[in-house]
Design a protein around this ligand. Structure first.
Ligand SMILES: Nc1nc2c(ncn2[C@@H]2O[C@H](COP(=O)(O)OP(=O)(O)OP(=O)(O)O)[C@@H](O)[C@H]2O)c(=O)[nH]1
Ligand SMILES: [Mg+2]
Length: 474
């Protein structure tokens, strides 16, 4: 722990003792730091969100709803070396270059946690203007896979308990029967042979990957799907087995040991070193993608969101209470991404569905504490709006360049219901499809941009998202 961390700890402590905001606005010892976590399941839009947010915070011409930007309080925003030497840096420049190239491209998927520090020079306006000089506020943005949060549930379980649930979930799920067949052929009481352990781990991982591809999200251990630099290491070379009293040195005993090692050496360090330090969190959700995939995917998203939100409940388990030691995440934004697939007349419906998902997740996670909000956003707007003549009258559509063919196309995804329950109720009831309504989604390519000086990339409500997440601290 460096001096910097110690002073920050003291300041937090003082703030809490006084019952005031946890982070004093003017820190006598060091500049205030906001740690913003950005998460979401794979392909939710994390990398694009961070890239566009940072670009739009540096060039604030398109951020009227961020009050500190509109009032001119933010004098400057600039990138600085991040505080954590051992975390990969979020490769902002490379992603921005891809998105703003003459032939723009979406960034590749990321498998890792990464971090970026953006610092602000802020001159308070209004009645505080004369009292305070220019101050510096640091925003540390941490990008991490939402799948990792789902691992929190493993901490409460023994190997035998986890195995029981995991084996039960195999049945009927993609490649699950194949895994169960391999288990039936394996004698776990025999002395450990690394090849047998590897075969089980590979078959189990194949089952998890296939399940996730079909829209299941309760696919733990999370690092089996996103191994990063742990790929192939013993800590990821285990799999569930039927409970038995395994002798020392047996395959079964070693599998149990590796499960414990995974909890201790992979899950706990992530929560302790990264998650517990987050002040503000945005959870990005591809709600439109799930609706397109059908009722099963929407229901699965609902339960996954509850599990993810559950991680932010400080009373969730003793490990979480210990690492948070009295503090908590102050604000959580649930943002439905890729809203540029919809004409703005349909944004309220998307927001209402996201809100309903958030509310159910909050109920299920028995979650209290942080301030939460739901919103529909597009980190990078790829479409323009149009109204076209249709058989039944005028139709509000969006137009963009299709990713697959490169052709321009007008697109209407279907009419989202104004009452979210029209989607959520059939999803919960296990409906096979949406019946009358059909919802389509297309993948648009990022549009070539000509940015004016002082303007970031075009977006939808990124400024409102920023105002909710960090506006009160600028
Ligand atoms: N139209 C549109 N598409 C978007 C937007 N943001 C993301 N996408 C699409 O979603 C895909 C995934 O976005 P990423 O930002 O890479 O998602 P991620 O959460 O970082 O994904 P992983 O790194 O694989 O976990 C992109 O390749 C785009 O196709 C947006 O604002 N508008
Ligand atoms: Mg990414």
């Amino acid at each position: 722990m460096g001096l910097f961390d110690i002073t920050e700890g003291i300041l937090r402590g003082v703030g809490q003792a006084a019952g005031a905001v946890t982070r004093p606005i003017t820190a006598p010892f060091s500049d205030p730091v906001i740690r913003l976590g950005v998460t979401g399941l794979s392909r939710a839009g994390k990398t694009v969100f961070i890239t566009s947010l940072v670009a739009n915070l540096m060039d604030r011409g398109r951020m009227p709803q961020l009050r500190a930007a509109a009032s001119g309080a933010i004098q400057m925003a600039y990138l600085q070396p991040q505080p954590d030497d051992t975390l990969p840096r979020f490769d902002y420049e490379a992603y921005l270059a891809q998105l703003t190239a003459t032939d723009p491209k979406w960034p590749d998927g990321t498998r890792q946690i990464s971090e970026l520090r953006l610092s602000f020079k802020v001159q308070p306006t209004g009645f505080m203007a004369g009292l305070q000089g220019v101050r510096t506020v640091h925003l540390d943005i941490v990008d991490y896979p939402g799948e990792w949060l789902l691992d929190l549930g493993l901490l409460d379980q023994t190997y035998a308990e986890w195995s029981k649930g995991a084996l039960a979930r195999c049945a009927g799920r993609p490649l699950g029967d194949e895994y169960l067949a391999l288990v039936a052929q394996t004698d776990a009481a025999k002395p450990l042979e690394e090849l047998a352990a590897k075969a089980l781990a590979q078959a189990y991982t194949a089952h998890l990957n296939a399940s996730r591809a079909q829209g299941y999200s309760d696919c733990t251990p999370g690092r089996f799907l996103l191994p990063g630099d742990l790929a192939g290491s013993p800590v990821l070379t285990f799999a569930p087995l039927p409970a038995a009293d395994f002798a020392r040195g047996s395959l079964g005993r070693e599998m149990g040991r590796r499960f414990e090692s995974y909890k201790k050496n992979v899950v706990q360090p992530f929560f302790r070193d990264h998650f517990a330090r987050i002040d503000r969190q945005v959870v990005l959700v591809d709600v439109l993608g799930a609706i397109h995939n059908g009722p099963r995917a929407v229901d699965d998203l609902r339960t996954a969101m509850a599990d993810i939100l559950g991680a932010f409940n400080p009373g969730r388990n003793s490990f979480i209470s210990r690492i948070f030691s009295g503090r908590r995440v102050e604000k959580i934004l649930f943002a439905a991404t890729k809203a540029d697939h919809l004409h703005h007349t349909q944004h309220p419906q998307l927001t209402a569905i996201t809100q309903a998902l958030l509310r159910e997740a909050k109920d299920r996670a028995d979650f209290a504490g942080a301030q939460t909000q739901a919103m529909s956003i597009a980190a990078l707007r790829t479409t323009v709006e149009e109204t076209v003549d249709h058989r039944d009258g005028p139709l509000d559509v969006v137009r963009g360049r299709l990713l697959d063919t490169g052709k321009q196309a007008a697109f209407y995804p279907g009419a989202l219901p104004t009452d979210p329950q029209h989607l959520l109720a059939p999803a919960r009831a296990g409906a096979a499809d949406w019946g009358s309504g059909d919802y389509k989604i297309m993948r648009f390519a990022p549009a070539p941009l000509t940015l004016r000086p002082g303007e970031g990339p075009p977006h939808i409500r990124l400024d409102k998202a920023a105002e909710f997440l960090i506006g009160d601290l600028l």
